[in-house]
Design a protein around this ligand. Structure first.
Ligand code: ADP
Ligand code: MG
Length: 575
C-alpha cells in the first residue's frame, strides 16, 4: 500500500518534483521528466531513457554522469507522451544525436517512436534500442517480442558509459544492441502491487504460491508454483536463464538480483549467495555483480535475476564509473553544474504568419472543432464498441484527445496551418493516452509538417497531406490491411482520395468520396479478426463487430468532409 499522497492522480508528478529537489546536484526538472544538471561534453550522444513512473530507481534515478542524459517520466506504469519524450530529448541533446532506450511495451514504443520521428525531422539524429530481456514473455526465437524488465540497467549502463566516453551515435547504438542481446532476466512475484489510492492490488498471488515470469506493471506471472525455499528458487532462476543464454555467451557474467519493492535486502543477499554458488559451479566467472533495488514495481513483493554475458568491450563499459542519484560506481571527478533554465525555454518559439496564412490556420482550427464535436457525439458508442474485445476506453480516450487538440488549436489561432496542427497533435497525444492517442497525435503533426504555414494550398498539397497522415500511422503502428485496426479504414480512404485526385476531382469532393469509402470499409471490419492492439487476445469476441478505431476514423472524416464543403474559398482548404 502507498500511504502518503494528497491526490492520487498527482502522485507521479509530485514524487518526481520532490525527487528532483532532493537530487539537484544531479538532475533538473524539465517539462516531461528530468535531465542531467551537470555539464556534458559538447557533441556527445544523449542517452534518453524513460517509461512509466513507479519503477524507481528506473528511470529518473539513473540520470547522471556515466549513465543517462535524461529520463522521460510518464504517469504510474504509463508511457510518457510523445511530446514529453520529445521535449526531454531536445533539452538533453548535445549535438551528437540521441539514443532512446526503454523497455519494450506497446505504449512506450508508440510514444517514443513518435518523438523519434519529430526529432529526426528537426535534424536531431535519433535512434532507438528497445530492452527485451524478459525470457518469460516470448520464446527465444522471438527475442524482439520480449518485454523489458531489470535488463534496463545493463543496457542503459553500457550505452551511458559509451556516450560518456565520447563514442559516436553508431557505436553507442551498436553497444546498446549488443548488451540487450546478451542480457536475459526472469522474475517471480510473491504478491501484487497496489496503485496509490487503489484499494485492491493489480493482481494477487494465492497464499503459499509464487508466480513465475511476472511483468513490472502488475502483469501477473505466466505460471503459478508452490512457494519454494531460497535454494530452490535460486536453482530455478539459474537453470532457466542458463538454458536461454545467447550464442557466444562466454564464461564471464554479471548477475543482478533485483528487488521489486518490498523484499528485504537481507533476503536478496541470501538469495544472491546461493545464485553465486550455482553460477560458479557451472564454470562461470562472476564480474561486478549487483544486488538491490534497481527496477521496481511500486510495492510489489518479488524479485528477478538478470544475467549480462560480457565480452571484453562490454566489460569495459559495464565497469566504467557512473554517478547518478541511485547508481554510483567507481570514482568520477565531480562534474560542474550547468545552467539548465534556458534548455526548456528554447523549445517554445512560434512563427507568426501573413494574414492569408492565418486565415488558413483558422480553417484548420475549425476542422479540429469538427473532430472534437464528432467524437463527443459518438463517445459512448465508441467506448461500448471497444469494450467488446478491447478495454473500453476508445470513446473516452478519443474525447480527451479531441478536446485537447481543439483547445490547443484555438490557443494557436493567429498562426498558420502547420502551427495549429502541430500544437493540436502534441496536445492530442499528450492528453489522450492509449494507442489511438499516439497515432492520431503523430498523424496530425505529420500533416502539419507536410502542409507548412503557407498562404495557399493546391490539390497536390492536399494529396501530400493525406499521404503524410497515412504514412505516419502505418510507420508508427505497423499495422497492415486485414489486421483489424483503423488502418483498414485509412487505406481505403487514401486509395479513394488518390483515385479521385488522379481523375482531377477537386480536393473537397475527393475528400468526401474518400470519407464514404472509409465508413464503408470500417463497417466491413466486422468480419475481420484482430491481429494488432489490445483486442488481439480476445479475437473471438471481436468477430461480427467493427473495429472501434476504424469506425471513429470513418465518423471523423465524414464530419470533416461536411466542414470542408462549408468553408469559404474551399479550393485552398487544408485537406
Ligand atoms: P488502446 O488500444 O490503447 O486501448 P484505444 O482503445 O483508444 O487504445 O484505440 C483502439 C484502436 O486503436 C483500435 O480499435 C485500432 O483501430 C487502433 N489500433 C490499435 N493498434 C493499432 C496499430 N498498431 N495501428 C493502427 N491502429 C491501431
Ligand atoms: Mg482501448
Amino acid at each position: 500500500m502507498t500511504t502518503l499522497y494528497d491526490d492520487p492522480a498527482a502522485f507521479a508528478d509530485e514524487a518526481l518534483e520532490g525527487f528532483a529537489a532532493a537530487n539537484r546536484q544531479y538532475v533538473a526538472l524539465v517539462d516531461g521528466g528530468v535531465i542531467r544538471s551537470t555539464e556534458m561534453a559538447e557533441g556527445s550522444v544523449a542517452l534518453v531513457i524513460g517509461g512509466g513512473s513507479g519503477h524507481y530507481p528506473a528511470f529518473a534515478g539513473l540520470v547522471g554522469a556515466g549513465l543517462a542524459a535524461a529520463a522521460a517520466c510518464g504517469n504510474l506504469f504509463a508511457s510518457p507522451a510523445a511530446g514529453q519524450v520529445y521535449r526531454v530529448a531536445k533539452a538533453a541533446s548535445m549535438g551528437g544525436g540521441v539514443l532512446l532506450s526503454y523497455g519494450n511495451y506497446a505504449g512506450d514504443v508508440l510514444h517514443f517512436g513518435q518523438a523519434q520521428q519529430r526529432l529526426n525531422a528537426e535534424g536531431i539524429e535519433t535512434r532507438t534500442v528497445l530492452v527485451t530481456d524478459d525470457i518469460a514473455s516470448a520464446p527465444v526465437d522471438q527475442l524482439e517480442k520480449r518485454r523489458g524488465i531489470a535488463g534496463d540497467l545493463t543496457v542503459f549502463k553500457v550505452a551511458g558509459a559509451a556516450a560518456e566516453a565520447g563514442l559516436n551515435l553508431d557505436e553507442v547504438e551498436r553497444l546498446a544492441i549488443k548488451t540487450n542481446y546478451r542480457t536475459r532476466s526472469l522474475g517471480v512475484a510473491f504478491d501484487g502491487c497496489t496503485l496509490p489510492g487503489a484499494s485492491e492490488p493489480l493482481f494477487t498471488v494465492p497464499e503459499g504460491q509464487m508466480s513465475l515470469g511476472l511483468g513490472i506493471h502488475g502483469e501477473p506471472g505466466i505460471s503459478e508454483h508452490d512457494m519454494p525455499t531460497a535454494s530452490e528458487l535460486a536453482q530455478l532462476l539459474v537453470e532457466r536463464l542458463l538454458q536461454d543464454k545467447p550464442d557466444d555467451a562466454g564464461t564471464r557474467v554479471v548477475p543482478i538480483v533485483n528487488g521489486l519493492g518490498t523484499v528485504k535486502y537481507d533476503e536478496l543477499f541470501l538469495l544472491f549467495g546461493k545464485i553465486e554458488k550455482l553460477l560458479t559451479a557451472a564454470g562461470l566467472e562472476i564480474v561486478e555483480p549487483e544486488c538491490g533495488e534497481l527496477v521496481t514495481s511500486l510495492d510489489m513483493s518479488g524479485l528477478s535475476l538478470t544475467l549480462l554475458w560480457l565480452d571484453d568491450e562490454l566489460e569495459q563499459y559495464w565497469a566504467a564509473p557512473a554517478d547518478t542519484p541511485a547508481y554510483r560506481k567507481g570514482s568520477m571527478a565531480r562534474r560542474a553544474a550547468r545552467d539548465t533554465t534556458q534548455l526548456t525555454e528554447a523549445i517554445q518559439e512560434t512563427e507568426q504568419g501573413t494574414p492569408a496564412a492565418i486565415a488558413l490556420g483558422n480553417q484548420a482550427v475549425a476542422a479540429l472543432e469538427t473532430v472534437r464535436s464528432v467524437i463527443e457525439e459518438h463517445e459512448e458508442a465508441l467506448g461500448q464498441l471497444d469494450a467488446i474485445a478491447g478495454d473500453g476506453d476508445h470513446g473516452i480516450g478519443m474525447r480527451r484527445g479531441g478536446e485537447a487538440a481543439a483547445a490547443a488549436a484555438r490557443a494557436a489561432r493567429g498562426t498558420g496551418v502547420r502551427n495549429v496542427l502541430v500544437r493540436a497533435g502534441e496536445a492530442w497525444s499528450e492528453k489522450a493516452g492509449g494507442t489511438s492517442g499516439a497515432l492520431w497525435g503523430t498523424a496530425l503533426i505529420a500533416v502539419g509538417d507536410a502542409l507548412g504555414n503557407r498562404e495557399s494550398y493546391t490539390a497536390q498539397d492536399a494529396a501530400a497531406a493525406v499521404e503524410a497522415f497515412v504514412s505516419a500511422i502505418t510507420t508508427l503502428g505497423k499495422a497492415e490491411l486485414g489486421d483489424k485496426t483503423m488502418v483498414d479504414a485509412l487505406l481505403p480512404f487514401a486509395a479513394a482520395f488518390s483515385t479521385e485526385h488522379g481523375a482531377g476531382t477537386p480536393p473537397v469532393q475527393a475528400f468526401k468520396a474518400a470519407a464514404a469509402a472509409a465508413t464503408l470499409a470500417a463497417e466491413e471490419t466486422a468480419s475481420l479478426s484482430p491481429k494488432k492492439g489490445r483486442a488481439r487476445p480476445l479475437a473471438e469476441k471481436s468477430l461480427g463487430h467493427p473495429d472501434p478505431g476504424a469506425v471513429s476514423f470513418g465518423l471523423i472524416t465524414e464530419g470533416l468532409a461536411a466542414t470542408f464543403e462549408s468553408l469559404p474559398n474551399t479550393k485552398s482548404a487544408d485537406h
